[in-house]
Design a protein. Structure first.
Length: 237
């Protein structure tokens, strides 16, 4: 709390967000936030207040929670080529991913311990195997969180999990659960914790079986069998 440019007292909020200055001389003061509560951005606005004798003056201030804007949410790749291009007649289009947001911060999947997500979304990949955190890619789910500008989609501090729940045509399903923790940092509204989840799928190779018959002996046959090849790889970047 300042009188002009001179700090006359410090106000520290309690667990309910309240702080009191004690008695002050009558006059004009300015309240400035010097340190934010954990998980919130520093309020750069100044609040003017006039103190009068035998009167209590209250000032209500809204804190801005820190959050992580999301742009590129998922990038699918072919596990054999490492590229975002499908092999043969397969396609990276149309894969569906379930994204869950939890208020707790965890290095592991919160669902494993019975924690329920606060919000859940299902997204679908485009022709390049990409998912942006926008309504254009959304299949179903809850409303988005937005930053204070009202237009930037984001997730608050907590934990985000990403899991493929429908494989694209020609690929095997990758059931890995990718976990990312969104933690506080700095003094601004925006934190940059989330890294694009890269999910590698193994192209599906079916059994091929045919019989070769010689011209001289129809009873003489050779059978060739190519077994199903299944392999899954996944990585997060």
């Amino acid at each position: 709390m300042f009188n002009g440019e001179v700090q006359v007292t410090s106000l520290v909020t309690d667990e309910n967000g309240y702080a009191t200055s004690g008695e002050l001389e009558s006059g004009s003061y300015t309240i400035r936030e010097l340190k934010a509560s954990p998980g919130y951005a520093v309020d750069t606005q100044s609040y003017n207040v006039t103190v009068e004798s035998d009167a209590t003056v209250s000032v209500e201030v809204t804190e801005v929670p820190q959050s992580n804007p999301l742009s590129l949410l998922v990038q699918k790749i072919d596990s054999e080529t490492g590229e975002g291009t499908a092999q043969g007649n397969a396609s990276l289009t149309g894969a569906e991913f379930t994204v869950k947001y939890y208020t707790v911060q965890s290095d592991d999947d919160p669902a494993a311990s019975g924690t329920e997500p606060e919000r859940t979304w299902v997204f679908r990949t485009d022709e390049e195997g990409r998912i942006e955190f926008t309504s254009e890619y959304l299949v179903s789910g809850d409303v988005f969180y937005y930053q204070m500008d009202g237009t930037t989609p984001c997730v608050p501090l907590g934990t985000v999990t990403v899991q493929e729940t429908k494989a694209p045509e020609g690929y095997l399903l990758n059931e890995s659960v990718f976990v990312q923790k969104i933690v506080a940092g700095g003094t601004l509204e925006t934190v940059e914790c989330y890294q694009t989840t890269t999910v590698a799928d193994q192209v599906y190779r079916g059994d091929l079986e045919f019989v070769k018959v010689s011209d001289g002996d129809l009873n003489r046959r050779q059978m060739f069998h190519f077994p199903l090849r299944q392999k899954r790889q996944a990585k997060a970047m």
